[in-house]
Design a protein around this ligand. Structure first.
Ligand SMILES: C[S@@+](CC[C@H](N)C(=O)[O-])C[C@H]1O[C@@H](n2cnc3c(N)ncnc32)[C@H](O)[C@@H]1O
Length: 291
């Protein structure tokens, strides 16, 4: 039996890990799925039968990400995390606790683990989509994979040193209690030019799709630093174009005529334009009463 930073989603007591089972003092018990993840999402917290990305999106994302086209984003994120750990080394306890919120099929989570290991880290990958977590769990057995919601993260209060969140809805009420007082939230969000070439083909006119992460996070977090990352890449097959489309909301948002035009191409140069932002908790969130 070993203690964990995981929290029982029913009574909020800490969960102990015994082989392939998590349980709390109130005997709420959660078995590990055979693929290696734990499902801590209560059915009364689900808004639909299968929340989050569906299997088609998961498989398209995995095929696309495995090509390595987005690897520079992963490298930039890993570098930001490494730098943060180096800068905070004197105040960090062993192990360093990191959570990837909305981890999807685990591409970035696995690469983050490999980049930071063999430093002593405990990494959790969490997503509301069971299909996504099933695939993520196949990537790495050292990461703790959870089906859960970012709106109510099942970890003990103030237990995580770093929370990373890539291309996922930002849920400050869920993230703030999970983060340690000196912890940092690192977001990766799309910039103005991201996939501009694809959007120009899909839509008769382009809407500005920039999400400033400060807007949804302002109630709980302050921005410490932000860095833009840009690159170009040429997709060289219609399959790559199809996978890229299928892993984005444009798959169901874009008009049929635009999608047909895009899918008739067998090459496409794309702009990758993302912002990596570091946030810390606002003063009023750090007080014990804020939990
Ligand atoms: C655009 S994908 C990004 C996945 C991964 N971070 C990546 O970049 O490859 C957004 C992910 O957020 C997940 N998601 C949506 N709502 C969520 C919630 N409330 N809690 C946790 N994950 C959620 C989806 O299932 C999906 O896997």
């Amino acid at each position: 039996m070993s203690s964990t930073t995981l929290k029982c989603p029913i009574c909020a007591h800490s969960l102990q890990n015994d082989q392939k089972n998590l349980s709390c003092v109130n005997r709420h018990s959660f078995d590990q799925a055979k693929q290696g993840y734990f499902n801590l999402l209560m059915s009364n917290k689900k808004r639909s039968k299968s929340p989050g990305d569906n299997i088609e999106m998961v498989l398209a994302r995995q095929t696309f990400l495995n090509t390595g086209i987005y690897q520079p984003i992963s490298e930039a994120l890993n570098e930001t995390c490494s730098q943060w750990i180096t800068e905070h080394a004197s105040t960090l306890e062993d192990p360093i606790r990191i959570l990837d919120l909305g981890c999807g099929e685990g591409y970035y989570t696995e690469r983050l683990y490999n980049a930071l290991h063999p430093q002593s880290i405990e990494l959790i990958g969490l997503d509301i989509s069971k299909d996504a977590v099933r695939y993520a769990a196949k990537r790495n057995k050292q990461v703790t994979w959870l089906v859960a919601s970012g709106a109510e993260i099942p970890v003990m209060p103030r237990s995580q040193d770093l929370i990373v969140c890539l291309f996922t809805r930002l849920m400050p009420e869920g993230i703030a209690p999970a983060l340690s007082r000196q912890g940092t939230l690192i977001t990766v969000t799309t910039g103005k030019q991201h996939l501009i070439e694809m959007r120009e083909i899909l839509y008769p006119s382009i809407k500005d799709q920039v999400l400033d992460p400060q807007v949804p996070l302002a109630s709980h977090f302050k921005l410490d630093q932000q860095q833009a990352f840009q690159a170009k890449h040429t997709l060289t097959s219609s399959q790559q174009i199809q996978d890229l489309l299928a892993m984005t909301p444009h798959q169901w948002r874009a008009p049929a005529v635009g999608r047909e035009k895009l899918l008739s191409l067998d090459s496409l140069t794309i702009t990758i334009d993302v912002n990596i932002s570091c946030f810390s908790l606002k003063e009023d969130q750090i007080s014990p009463e804020s939990l």
